[in-house]
Design a protein around this ligand. Structure first.
Ligand code: ZN
Length: 296
């Protein structure tokens, strides 16, 4: 990384935020700003003091920019990402700071997944977890339902994914998920569960596999979903030691999705830049929202 101090980080963020030059958030003026401190620009027209981190997920946090950049670097370059515990150790910060920073970055990650899935898409539910908040494995455990959608490429291979934690596998939840993540002209492949019956009403070409009639186990008829589900479970158990509570499951799903959809990206530097680009246009997330679960 070529970011030795907060000044160089602030300059980089400024370029990401105003690629065509500074625009005053107050009056819209585009005159060259005065530079008061490393992070603070002053509009020469209305004297508004703009901060390069103001109004972004980097707003109002005391952690130095260099540390935050380092965190983003580790998050985007580590093959499987890293846990708050590892980040705490690596950057020598408190666990709480590390955890909050990761949660904020996950909010930025979801913002970069906007292009809906298209073509042939497999959709199925899977069960994740088993460790509740403060509980021990095996006691008070509950498995969470995650619905997974994945693009199937011809003649083979997988495209992008989307995932959502749902309270139950009702048609309301499943169809709403598909409508949110897939283009209306997509072909959706599901099993015979009636929760998917309403898909054609929303314009989808619906392909159903009735498992009992094909005789194939799920990993044969739904290879994409099966593959993603097993990678997801391994990631939660490996990188995060299984310590994902239901209330925060969705943010982990967003991070997994961000990683999976960039698995073939040759340049980690580009992924780093992409995440920072999202970070500067993602609105601040309050501490309370992060603690009690972010509404995705
Ligand atoms: Zn101004």
């Amino acid at each position: 990384m070529q970011f030795p101090d907060d000044e160089s980080c602030a300059t980089y963020l400024e370029q990401l935020r105003w690629p065509g030059g500074f625009i005053c958030p107050q009056c819209g003026g585009t005159e060259e700003p005065w530079r008061q401190t490393r992070c603070r620009l002053v509009c020469p027209r209305c004297r508004y003091q703009a901060s390069v981190t103001g109004g972004t997920i980097f707003d109002k946090t005391r952690t130095p920019l260099t540390t935050r950049f380092e965190a983003v670097w580790h998050v985007t370059t580590a093959k499987n990402g890293l846990s708050a515990k590892t980040l705490e150790r690596t950057l020598g910060m408190s666990y709480r700071t590390a955890w909050t920073m990761l949660q904020r970055l996950r909010v930025a990650m979801v913002r970069s997944e906007r292009e809906p899935l298209s073509g042939l898409i497999e959709v199925d539910e899977s069960f994740v977890g088993g460790v509740e908040r403060g509980g021990k494995r095996g006691r008070g455990t509950r498995r969470s339902i995650v619905v997974i959608a994945i693009e199937i490429k011809e003649p083979k291979g997988f495209g992008r994914i989307r995932m959502r934690y749902v309270p139950d596998a009702s048609g309301d939840n499943l169809v709403a998920f598909v409508c949110d993540v897939a283009r209306p002209d997509a072909a959706v492949h599901t099993d015979g569960w009636r929760g998917y019956n309403e898909l054609p009403k929303h314009g989808y070409l619906h392909q159903k596999s009735i498992l009992s009639s094909t005789g194939d186990p799920a990993h044969v008829s739904m290879p994409g979903v099966h593959r993603v589900a097993s990678l997801l479970k391994r990631w939660i158990l490996g990188t995060h030691q299984g310590s994902v509570t239901a209330g925060h499951l969705q943010s982990y799903l967003e991070e997994f999705t961000f990683r999976f959809n960039r698995r073939t990206s040759r340049s980690r530097g580009l992924v780093f830049r992409r995440l920072l680009e999202q970070a500067v246009i993602t609105e601040p997330v309050t501490e309370a929202k992060i603690t009690h679960g972010y509404l995705w």
